[in-house]
Ligand binder design. Structure first.
Ligand SMILES: [Zn+2]
Ligand SMILES: [Zn+2]
Length: 302
């Protein structure tokens, strides 16, 4: 299946230099996820040819404006389009009240079921699991309650080599066991399931860590991830401001990627003080070579 990420917005605080505020679109097979909802992201969906109606689940890291101000406009547009498919939004508490007030003062009615799920746990929790994907939310460290998200492709059953079914005269029960990864016993001898099945593609994973202070708090939860998005609001000469505002520098994002043994790092949530982003990229690459800038419109196949 594979996961495909499109960056819709990459700036912090407010749009600047053609960069929208934080929002991402993750294709996960039969549906898409929206991760954060910066102002005007629906314009980006149009621009990059992405289908709004594929989105059935929205993951909001926290309630700062640069991550939620696009939400009322988007939910309203779906309503105008006569959507009937349900939508679920995961976020720290408060979003439901915020949106409900707007909705009551405005049109008062939505054409589709909208559910809000509050994230309140102070440890990691699986918030969604389908045949295609598992989503884990975990607390990060910011000025208000904030969560990161890890997306793991669900592993499919093993496929059995049909020649082996004949040769070993496998029963239905044995076939089921082998498909789920169990060995079988023949004449007292163990036959490893790996000898009977075709090799399986490894599950791909993506972790989204924004906005967050530089911390190893969630390091175990992002270990060995294929793609890591970590915020990098500032260059390292702004470390003091980063600590004060509970953000990270490009160098710190690269340190986290190294410690997590991530395969690839994507940095974003750039401060509006930077028109040119190359110094941020260079700073991160000094520590973690396989780093990319999260640029509006860029796609990353995971
Ligand atoms: Zn932000
Ligand atoms: Zn924030």
């Amino acid at each position: 299946m594979g996961l495909e990420l499109t960056i819709l917005g990459s700036n912090s605080a407010r749009p600047a230099y053609g960069r929208f505020t934080t929002s991402q679109y993750l294709n996960v097979g039969s549906q898409a996820f929206l991760i954060d909802a910066g102002e005007g992201f629906q314009l980006q969906l149009n621009k990059f040819g992405l289908k709004p109606n594929r989105i059935q689940n929205i993951f909001i890291s926290h309630l700062h404006g640069d991550h939620i101000l696009g939400l009322p406009g988007f939910l309203n547009s779906l309503n105008l389009g006569g959507r009937t498919k349900p939508m679920t939004i995961y976020s720290p508490p408060g979003l439901k009240e915020w949106f409900t007030l707007f909705q009551e003062l405005s049109t008062g009615h939505l054409s589709y079921p909208l559910e809000f799920i509050d994230l309140t746990s102070n440890s990691s929790q699986v918030v969604l699991q389908t045949e295609e994907i598992k989503v884990t939310a975990f607390p990060v460290e910011h000025r208000i309650p904030t969560y990161g998200f890890r997306f793991d492709e669900s592993l499919k059953e093993f496929n059995i080599d049909p020649d082996k079914i004949k040769a070993l005269d496998l029963t239905i029960t044995e076939i089921k066991e082998i498909k789920s990864g169990m060995d079988i016993i023949r004449e007292g001898k163990r036959i490893p399931f790996q000898d009977i099945v075709f090799p399986r593609k490894p599950s791909k994973s993506y972790a989204y860590c924004a906005d967050t202070n530089y911390t190893d708090l969630f390091l175990d939860l992002i270990k060995n991830v294929d793609l890591l998005y970590h915020e990098a609001t500032y260059l390292k000469d702004m470390t003091e401001q980063a600590r004060e505002r509970k953000h990270s520098t490009a160098e710190e994002a690269a340190k986290i990627a190294t410690m997590a043994r991530a395969k690839k790092l994507l940095i974003g949530h750039f401060s509006s003080r930077y028109k040119d982003l190359q110094p941020l990229l260079a700073e991160a690459k000094e520590i973690f070579q396989n780093t990319y800038l999260a640029l509006d419109g860029d796609k990353h196949l995971i």
